[in-house]
Design a protein around this ligand. Structure first.
Ligand code: ZN
Length: 410
């Protein structure tokens, strides 16, 4: 394919992805505000539903503005050949091909992060603030940014260095060697996330002794699931929204409960939430999810290896000759429909797993307190109880609330 054809193909693919995403969001926001369903009668009022709609509409408008902005910028960069221009400009100062590649990605990363900074700020301090979710101080916001930079520099930087070194040194074999490196890295991150990464941003404390801990231990024994590590995280430092999750496996497995979750739910509901998380573990979702992610990375690396040594993509992006970094950027955009299809498959699997974990909690504990916990969570976060099915199909990693309640309550 000639560079010219490739260039227009890229513009076509990026435009298609953008339009598809915006059409789905539009269909979703056009859904009417429903009547309060019977099962949510005690939790929800029509005023609350209108407030939720206003919140969703505000996020929709915000997504439209940021989406159009980044779409226009991407098209402009492709059409004008600015990626190539930046790459050549760096080449004037750095002759080592490896450092040239690293400098290119660093510049693109910092540039795009600075551009998105005002948008992040607006989302946190204007939209989330208006609906009472934001608990982040300016200090936390900027220290998060700084820590994020340092972490990306150390972790992302070293991974990138290995990746680019393999491309420059190993030629077509780079993909499976880096695949192995990435797989090991993903397992390590999963194992040590709560020990090394999370404490950089949050304070984790073991759950205090008391009624809740007793109930949790009692439940854990009843399903023969040894659970020593239950940690409480100060999620309230950033947001009023609550959550719980599992991390690690084997001896390193830990459950993390947000302090906001503890404040909002009685012990029975919390045990039910935990039973759901244990369900994910027992049904092997954690390990299978991990394998699926590793497989996904492998597929994308293999595809990349088939194209990365061709010169035409670099020329299409405005470069003056073959450039690993331009090709990576180009093929990431070109493969975005494939990434999207994989993403839809992963979401489908995840929604199926959520039902299974709910069923596990219902079998081994009780369905009712889990249903109640989900109702409180969903109403508090102003979540959409009437999403468009196509939007759900593409974007939802969890089934919509009413579908989960139906299975839990029948
Ligand atoms: Zn789940």
């Amino acid at each position: 394919m000639s560079p010219e054809t490739l260039k227009y193909l890229l513009i076509g693919v990026v435009s298609f992805g953008f339009l598809l995403e915006k059409i789905l969001s539009y269909l979703n926001i056009q859904r009417p505000v429903p009547k309060v369903p019977e099962t949510l009668g005690q939790y929800l009022s029509s005023e609350k539903l209108l407030e939720a709609k206003a919140y969703q509409r505000e996020n929709y408008n915000f997504g439209l503005v940021t989406g159009i902005f980044s779409f226009a910028l991407t098209i402009l960069f492709i059409y004008m050949g600015w990626f190539g221009w930046i790459d050549d400009w760096i080449g004037n100062y750095i002759s080592n091909p490896l450092f040239h590649s690293v400098a290119f990605f660093a510049l693109i990363f910092i540039g795009s992060d600075l551009i998105s900074l005002p948008f992040d700020y607006y989302s946190t301090f204007v939209i989330e603030e208006k609906y009472g979710f934001n608990k982040t101080s300016l200090g936390t916001f900027f220290s998060d940014k700084l820590k994020g930079y340092i972490l990306s520099l150390i972790v992302g930087g070293s991974l990138l260095l290995v990746f680019l070194w393999l491309i420059h040194q190993m030629g077509p074999h780079f993909w499976w060697i880096f695949w192995a490196v990435a797989a090991v890295f993903m397992v390590l991150v999963n194992l040590f996330y709560t020990a090394w990464i999370l404490p950089l941003f949050n304070k984790l404390t073991p759950l205090e002794d008391g009624e809740l801990k007793q109930k949790i231990i009692h439940y854990a024994q009843s399903v023969s699931f040894p659970l020593e590590n239950i940690l409480v995280m100060d999620g309230s430092k950033r947001s009023a929204k609550a959550n719980a999750f599992f991390s690690g496996f084997g001896k390193r497995k830990k459950v993390v409960l947000y302090d906001t979750l503890l404040e909002q739910h009685p012990p029975d509901e919390l045990v039910a939430v935990l039973a759901h998380e244990v369900g994910h573990y027992k049904k092997k979702h954690i390990i299978l999810g991990m394998l699926a992610s590793v497989l996904q990375v492998g597929i994308l690396l293999f595809l990349l290896s088939q194209f990365i040594f061709s010169e035409n993509m670099s020329l299409a992006l405005g470069g003056s000759g073959w450039s690993a970094q331009l090709n990576i950027i180009g093929f990431t955009m070109l493969f975005s429909p494939i990434s999207m299809i994989i993403g839809i498959g992963m979401n489908w699997l995840s929604r199926k797993n959520e039902f299974e974990a709910d069923a596990f909690a219902k079998e081994t504990f009780e369905g009712k307190p889990l249903a109640e916990a989900l109702k409180t969570l969903s109403v508090k976060t102003l979540s959409n109880i009437n999403p468009h099915p196509w939007y759900v199909f593409v974007n939802y990693s969890h089934p919509p609330l009413l579908q989960r309640l139906e299975k839990l309550e029948n």
